[in-house]
Ligand binder design. Structure first.
Ligand code: CMC
Length: 436
């Protein structure tokens, strides 16, 4: 069997044989290089055929060995490890290492990695002053995006992105400082004094301490909640070529320092169709209020008044495996934090939606954002912090995607084509000659 496809151009009657070049998984990922379509022309001066794919619904933008998703079967793996196994046995910091470097760390690599992350968690005092400039009601995602971009000005040496060691240094800084920036954004809004990082605590324990410590000398997080947050971070660490990862690669492809690229990626995450959905889910559950109002709300979704937030996914056409893990975890967290009536509304919403033809036909299932908001709220996070909580762990994924791109032999600046639909030639009329 030849790995080619034969195309007949009915405009010219010419036949072309295009190689099927990519795809290692038996039933997934076969692709032609759309660059090969350029040979298909009606005349010598014809530009050649292009691929047209708004939203890149069926276009692979890169080859990647980081994250695998089978959306039909509901499978998610990081570097070949199932998300279920990582959530059960690993830790966020180990997963971040796995994503960035490609394999699980040895014991000494893990020790060094942890040490380096812990020892880069402080931020420059001038960054604190920069953050002080925001108004008390600033959305923490706006604060985070701007502050990460501002780090670019603090680390000019980070522009040397082709130096591998230098790059790893920026990876330490970014993974370490994102929780600090997130916590400061929150404390600034609350008018609380800033809490310094505590090197004795775990990654999530330290984050909870920076968020919630008040007068205690040491903040001791509830171990179940600390672990739950760690699992949430694992589940959010990467998700292949989504909007924010594509922003990371797209902006990163012009070779700026990683801080501005991470800021661009975080901006992509901010929107309600992507990482901003978790915040919207909670607002939606609160708006519904009680179980008995669910059918009426579902009807309004079916009447296309708005979308059901936390439902549907571009890639998953079955249950999002991250949502399965979170569904179980929600109950464990609420056992500690106390019952939450929003969970009842969420479960009723899920039950009715999963039986309804509208959702079944369109293969709309709960995604990762459906349950995460309930857990975050139960842990004491304010709604507009939810997307920030997504951005912290996703930074590891963005950096892994960025490094993979820079090491890719086929690396090129991202520069899509367009189908021009505007005017051809227009004569310029001076302003005096135009209608009043
Ligand atoms: N509620 C109601 N209808 C929906 C929903 C929804 N949440 N999502 C998709 N649909 C319908 C949509 O109206 C369309 O119907 P029709 O074919 O009759 O016009 C069909 O399903 C396909 O929708 P689409 O917009 O073509 O699908 P997409 O792959 O472009 O969109 C999505 C994916 C995630 C943007 C979308 O499902 C959505 O807006 N969901 C709600 C927001 C959300 O939960 N986002 C978080 C995604 S997971 C985490 C992350 O990526 O950050």
């Amino acid at each position: 069997m030849a790995d080619t496809i034969t195309v007949i151009d009915n405009r010219t009657g010419k036949q072309y044989e295009l190689p099927i070049k990519y795809g290692t998984y038996p039933t997934y990922g076969a692709a032609i290089n759309t660059g090969d379509l350029r040979d298909i022309k009606v005349s010598d001066d014809d530009f050649g055929l292009m691929g047209y794919d708004p939203g890149f619904t069926n276009t692979a933008s890169c080859q990647s060995a980081i994250t695998f998703i089978d959306g039909e079967k509901g499978i998610l793996k990081y570097r070949g490890y199932s998300i279920e196994e990582l959530a059960e046995k690993s830790s966020f910091l180990e997963v971040a290492y796995l994503l960035v470097f490609g394999s699980l760390p040895t014991q000494s690599e893990m020790k060094d990695w942890t040490y380096n992350i812990i020892h880069h968690s402080f931020i420059h005092e001038n960054i604190k002053k920069f953050m002080d400039g925001f108004r008390y009601d600033s959305h923490p995602m706006g604060v985070m995006v701007s502050t990460v971009a501002a780090l670019s000005a603090f680390y000019p040496e980070s522009k040397d992105i082709m130096d591998e060691q230098n790059r790893v240094h920026q990876v330490y800084r970014l993974i370490a400082k994102m929780p600090t920036i997130a916590a400061l954004a929150y404390r600034h809004r609350m008018g609380y004094p800033y809490t310094l990082p505590d090197n004795e605590l775990s990654y999530t324990g330290n984050f909870l301490s920076m968020m919630f410590k008040m007068t205690a000398r040491t903040y001791v997080a509830n171990p179940v909640l600390e672990k739950a947050l760690d699992v949430l971070f694992i589940l959010h660490a990467d998700h292949e070529q989504n909007c924010s990862a594509s922003a990371m690669r797209g902006v990163g492809s012009s070779q700026p320092d990683p801080y501005v690229s991470v800021a661009a990626a975080a901006a992509g995450l901010y929107g309600p169709s992507h990482g901003g959905a978790n915040e919207q889910v909670l607002r939606m559950l609160r708006e519904i209020g009680t179980k008995d109002r669910v059918p009426e709300y579902i009807q309004r979704v079916k009447d296309r008044k708005f979308r059901l937030m936390g439902f549907g996914h571009r890639v998953y056409k079955s249950y999002d495996p991250r949502a399965t893990i979170l569904r179980e975890m929600t109950a464990q967290v609420l056992d500690i934090t106390g019952k939450n009536e929003l969970l009842e509304v969420a479960m009723e919403l899920e039950r009715i939606a999963l039986e309804d033809e509208f959702f079944v036909d369109r293969k709309l299932y709960p995604n990762v954002d459906f349950y995460s908001g309930i857990i975050y709220q139960a842990m004491g996070f304010q709604e507009d912090m939810f997307t920030v909580l997504f951005a912290i762990p996703r930074t590891a994924g963005w950096l892994a995607q960025w490094i993979e791109m820079l090491n890719d032999e086929e690396f090129k600046i991202v520069r899509p084509r367009q189908i021009y639909t505007g005017e051809d030639v227009r004569g310029y009329a001076p302003i005096d000659a135009r209608p009043k």
